[in-house]
Design a protein around this ligand. Structure first.
Ligand code: ADP
Ligand code: MG
Length: 557
């Protein structure tokens, strides 16, 4: 093909694709515009996952009638004027791309009133073309309504997930902005349901309480670091409040919600040694630093940033967190149960001296030989002897494998054992968790959960799968909703559910087991189809065969 310049329509769709990836991206751009306009109240509404309708209203400065069309021009912005300004951006927007991009992939209405215009302005665009423009009344501020997103962009529409999933992205996004701006009053209505409402009184802990629940909010620790280039402030979880994924790490730099591997690493390193493997903290961390120290002009979505002095920022964040953790009440500092420091070392508990324990599998599988249990090491590993050497079995991984197989077997045979709760448990969900729950209600009930709405993002748990009945139910449900919402794994839902239930329902490392429990565990492990790996693919055991032992001891070469 010969080289030719693309038609404007094609160019604008390509560019729009970078800014507007999914409905939540539209919400993000509109909220940022409201915040840049100095709004103290922002109301967000979405229907059908945002594909049918997105509406964002604010009480900001508004757009004058004379600039109405200009706002929809590509690279038209009131926020920067020249090259120098690009070096010191203090607004959230600056590229002048959002409104034209949204208008390129949807129908858009904008109604606005400034303090100086005698009467408000209204404009309606379809496929980027102005269809109507007129004077219309409105109190000061702006309302942008986006209809039929991606209607003319079927390629993108095809890649969107269900309306519930898109809603959960919107809920997560609005929650993040509410955390970043506690002094702004946010309201989010999804499919006519009030999903989130904050007071705008400036109290971060109150916003955390609205989003993650009051119990969690009360336990969060205040973090602060004022000296140096970067000022760090916010709330962080004590080690006893960990979560099973990174969805609860929120970072804001100069009030911009950012995804930063650097900040994630700084945070996780500050918690090193305090959390178990696979656990992650909850943080709401604000970093403010001189605008010249920061480059936000990396990607059209503006969620990535570059720091000029990465090391300084890294250590400021780490210091703020470490100091907060050090000030934490001792009771909330949980030491990791398994660590082989010299003080904690304890000799293996031998159980050989009672009757010799030969575990005989009822249905021997080819995978595991009969094992003779010798004892438990640091309350974490089971030591066993087989016909061909020594076996060290990770009790958590082994139990995970057992539970995983059973949970999936019961589900596929539609014979799930259910445990009703005599005392139903109530759980407060975050807006995002609520959307995930609504999306997964059906499949969760197939696995034995009965969860009923109890008003205001509270839910009543009435029944759970019997196989995990001994575990912490609230923890199980939040981990489950996290893993269903997570994009890290593409596994089907039933596998994610079985994995999450198995992981959180299984015996922990550090838990002392009775002899009978150990024998039962090994017996059940022998009956699984893949006893040597846990559902995540990690080994459940290490085998040192007789030959390796002889070699180690120099009996053979
Ligand atoms: P940017 O935010 O990068 O400037 P946008 O395309 O998002 O670009 O918006 C274009 C312009 O429209 C903004 O610079 C601003 O002047 C105006 N604008 C958009 N939304 C609002 C709003 N809610 N209130 C006031 N002005 C707005
Ligand atoms: Mg903008």
């Amino acid at each position: 093909m010969t080289i030719k310049v693309l038609a404007t329509e094609v160019v604008s769709k390509i560019a729009a694709g970078e800014v507007v990836e999914r409905p939540a991206s539209v919400v993000k751009e509109l909220i940022e515009n409201s915040l840049d306009a100095g709004a103290t109240q922002i109301a967000i509404e979405a229907q059908g996952g945002g594909v049918e309708l997105i509406k964002v209203s604010d009480n900001g400065t508004g757009i004058p009638y004379s600039e109405l069309e200009l706002a929809f021009h590509r690279y038209a912005t009131s926020k920067i004027g020249n090259l120098d300004d690009l070096e010191k951006i203090s607004s959230l927007g600056f590229r002048g791309e959002a409104l034209p991009s949204i208008a390129a992939v949807a129908e858009v209405e904008l109604l606005s009133q400034t303090s100086s215009d005698p009467i408000g302005s209204y404009i309606y665009l379809k496929k980027g073309e102005v269809i109507r423009k007129e004077r219309r009344a409105r109190p000061q501020g702006t309302t942008v309504t986006v209809h039929r997103l991606f209607r003319y962009f079927p390629a993108r529409l095809k890649f969107l997930k269900s309306a519930n999933t898109e809603n959960s992205h919107i809920a997560h996004l609005v929650s993040q902005y509410a955390l970043a701006f506690p002094e702004v009053k946010f309201s989010l209505v999804l499919d006519k349901r009030q999903s989130l409402r904050t007071t705008g009184n400036g109290d971060l802990r109150e916003v955390v309480s609205e989003i993650y629940g009051s119990e969690l909010a009360q336990r969060m620790l205040k973090a602060e670091q004022k000296d140096g280039l970067a000022k760090v402030s916010g709330l962080i979880s004590p080690p006893s409040l960990a979560r099973s994924n990174r969805n609860y790490l929120s970072f804001f730099v100069n009030r911009r919600w950012v995804h930063s591997p650097l900040l994630t690493r700084a945070t996780e390193e500050a918690y090193r040694g305090l959390l178990m493997d696979g656990q992650h903290p909850i943080t709401v961390i604000n970093i403010s630093l001189p605008t010249q120290e920061l480059d936000v002009n990396i990607h059209p979505a503006k969620a990535q940033i570059k720091f000029c002095h990465e090391h300084t920022i890294f250590s400021s964040v780490q210091k703020a967190i470490k100091e907060a953790l050090a000030r934490a009440p001792i009771a909330s500092l949980k030491t990791v149960p398994f660590s082989l420091s010299s003080e904690q070392w304890q000799s293996p508990r031998m159980i050989m001296d009672s009757e010799p324990v030969f575990v005989v599998a009822q249905l021997p599988t080819l995978e595991l030989p009969l094992l003779r249990v010798l004892g438990q090491l640091v309350n974490t590993y089971i030591i066993a002897e087989g016909p061909d050497g020594l076996y060290l079995i990770d009790q958590h991984a082994a139990h995970e494998r057992i539970l995983y197989d059973r949970i999936l077997a019961q589900w596929s045979q539609q014979e799930v054992e259910v445990q009703g709760l005599l005392q139903p448990i109530t759980i407060e969900l975050s807006p995002r968790e609520e959307e995930t729950l609504r999306a997964s209600k059906g499949v969760l009930s197939e696995f034995g959960f009965t969860i009923e709405p109890f008003g205001n993002r509270s839910y009543m748990i009435r029944a759970i799968p019997a196989l995990v009945a001994r575990a912490n139910i609230i923890e199980i449900i939040s981990a489950l909703l996290d893993s269903l919402a997570s994009k890290e794994s593409l596994n089907p839902w039933e596998e994610k559910i079985a994995q999450s239930l198995a992981c959180h329902g299984a015996i922990r490392a550090g838990q002392q087991l009775g002899n009978e429990e150990i024998r039962e565990l090994i017996k059940q492990l022998e009956q699984t189809k893949q006893p040597r790996t846990c559902p995540h693919g990690r080994p459940t055991m290490i085998h040192l065969n007789s030959r390796q032992l002889e070699k180690e001891f120099g009996r053979i070469s």
